[in-house]
Design a protein around this ligand. Structure first.
Ligand code: PEP
Length: 253
């Protein structure tokens, strides 16, 4: 089976996690100005906490920078105290939703099935699902990475997924927030395996899905990581909270 990479427009997505308050809307506006002024050869998005989506959406109006969310419930509405649906996120101005981040899979025991249901709910709203997967340090040490991410991808990807409505983000759990990244060859191996799995699941469209890398992407390592085969962008945590670091990553596409 051919896994020769197609030329795919990359995506750089910032995940602010549980960080940021009203005063950080200024940072969103600065990112929007930067994206408008520079010819960034990538789709750029910031996923702030849910409390800021509305204000961030207004701050980027008319710009190429888009706003996304970090999680959602799989139902459109109902008796789910404290939860937020994809319908509500869309209404607030989100254009995409991260689902299955390892901090949700680990902290809230989210299963592949739940991630798939959430991704489906996102797609049903006409938004993009950003499906995260990745192995733990223990699984990496045992040589189980390909098996784990292959299983997560098959279990988390809804059958309605297309390259337009779904992005995949490979995020080794041990690389997130640690300042450590896999060796370039290891990233290539995983992304090629994910590409092959996508081609098996979607023989026609599998070659076109964006597969992002996430986990300690920084201004220093972005150009190396983004140039790797089958890496179609990055999901950026900590560095997306800094104007200097995130714009340096955008410049390195
Ligand atoms: C993330 O949590 O999605 C992430 C990539 O974090 P960091 O870049 O801080 O490792």
């Amino acid at each position: 089976m051919s896994v020769r990479p197609l030329k795919i427009r990359p995506a750089i997505i910032g995940n602010w996690k549980m960080n940021g308050s009203g005063k950080e809307i200024k940072l969103v506006s600065r990112f929007a100005d930067f994206v408008n002024k520079h010819k960034i050869a990538a789709d750029v998005m910031i996923c702030p906490p849910a409390t800021l989506i509305d204000r961030a959406g207004l701050a980027v109006k008319g710009s190429k920078l888009r706003i996304g969310a970090q999680n959602c419930h799989n139902e459109p509405s109902g008796a789910h105290t404290g939860d937020i649906s994809a319908t509500m996120l869309k209404d607030a101005g989100a254009r995409a939703v991260i689902v299955g981040h390892s901090e949700r899979r680990t902290g809230y025991d989210e299963t592949d099935k739940q991630v798939r249901q959430k991704a489906q709910a996102v797609i049903d709203q006409g938004l993009q699902a950003i499906i995260c997967l990745g192995e733990t340090r223990q699984q990496f040490n045992k040589g189980q990475t390909l098996q784990v991410v292959g299983r997560q991808l098959r279990g988390s990807l809804p059958s309605s997924a297309t390259p337009q409505n779904t992005l995949i983000a490979y995020e080794p759990v041990w690389a997130i927030g640690s300042g450590r990244t896999p060796k370039p060859d290891d990233i290539i191996k995983v992304h090629t395996h994910l590409r092959k799995t996508l081609l098996k699941l979607h023989p026609k469209a599998g070659a076109k899905f964006k597969i992002l890398y996430g986990g300690s992407v920084s201004a220093a390592n972005a150009s190396t990581i983004l140039a790797l085969e089958n890496v179609n962008g990055a999901l950026v945590g900590g560095a997306s909270l800094s104007f200097k670091d995130f714009t340096a990553i955008l410049r390195s596409v």
